[in-house]
Design a protein around this ligand. Sequence first.
Ligand code: IYR
Length: 227
Amino acid sequence: MMSKKNINDFPFILFERQFYDIEMMKIRCKDFYTFMNERRTCRDFSDKLIPKEVIENIILTASTAPSGAHKQPWVFCVVSNPEIKKQIRIEAEKAEYESYNGRMPEEWKKDLLPLQTDWKKEFLEIAPYLVIVFKKSYDFDATGNKTNTYYANESCGIACGFLLAAIHNAGLVALTHTPSPMNFLSTILKRPANEKAFLVIPVGYAAEECWVPDIKRKELSEVSEWY
Ligand code: IYR
């Protein structure tokens, strides 16, 4: 049968997926929420090693995220080399020192008090992997011609969400770290001009003693409006 979707050179294929009955749907939604609600941002990492294959599958999962015109405008740079991790820590701490000692307004610093963050970022050397997400503002095709990307911020944000979920699913922990400014990462990792550092995500096992802030999530009524 010729599909009416095949109107140009780009074919559609039938998407066959599994459906669940309502009872199963309710159980799965609740279980997934319970599981995701156990995720915490961690700053206390163990230096225990993780197989490369685990990180590869986590990145493949992130890269299943939807993106503008399916351009997948992201690159996940994975750093395990101690020398590079050290350079990144030095530069991140320089930037963060400036932020905490001047750049950040008082109100921002007040808002961060419950998280007990400061300019020191030892986790950048302790976590076995740093996944540094770069956003492609534009790209190149196979012949080297410049091509556009679309909604690169939204796309990368969603991909990072998938990445965090995959890390949690693996029983590992992560931290969304945003040193500001982040351009030192392009220099250290020698990234091309079309890529901008988007997020630094240390990944690893939680330290044996891992402390997290005692914070609560908003109620459903606070985060949803029904029409
Ligand atoms: N980038 C700094 C400050 C910081 C900002 C926010 I917004 C946070 O939620 C946490 C920290 C840092 O990484 O310490």
